[in-house]
Design a protein around this ligand. Sequence first.
Ligand SMILES: [Zn+2]
Length: 122
Amino acid sequence: MILLRLPTTITDMNSELKNITREILLGFWKVHILHHAAEGPVVGQWMLQELRRHGYELSPGTLYPLLQRMERNGWLRSEVDPQGGPRARKNYYLTLKGQEVLKFIKDRVEELWWEIKDEADK
Ligand SMILES: [Zn+2]
């Protein structure tokens, strides 16, 4: 079993966290957004709170480009609340393609989970 060598200083830890975020957590957050969009339309502000509830402190500057990329991929579509005036918030809806992506990822996550969970139990 290979052990992760933990960095020794706070600075190292921060840069390691940045690495983990870029490499892995960004993907987790996208799955999270797909999951919640499957339950109903989501808005950025609510999504920030929800991710915080899960222990992730994202800034709007991280979340909004992510939502835009997911929209460009055709996984979400957004609609501005017509009653909302000039500062109206955007609702993000899961598209059919987004549903397919979510289903695909769920199966992959489950398969991966069974493997890594078994490893942890050994
Ligand atoms: Zn959640």
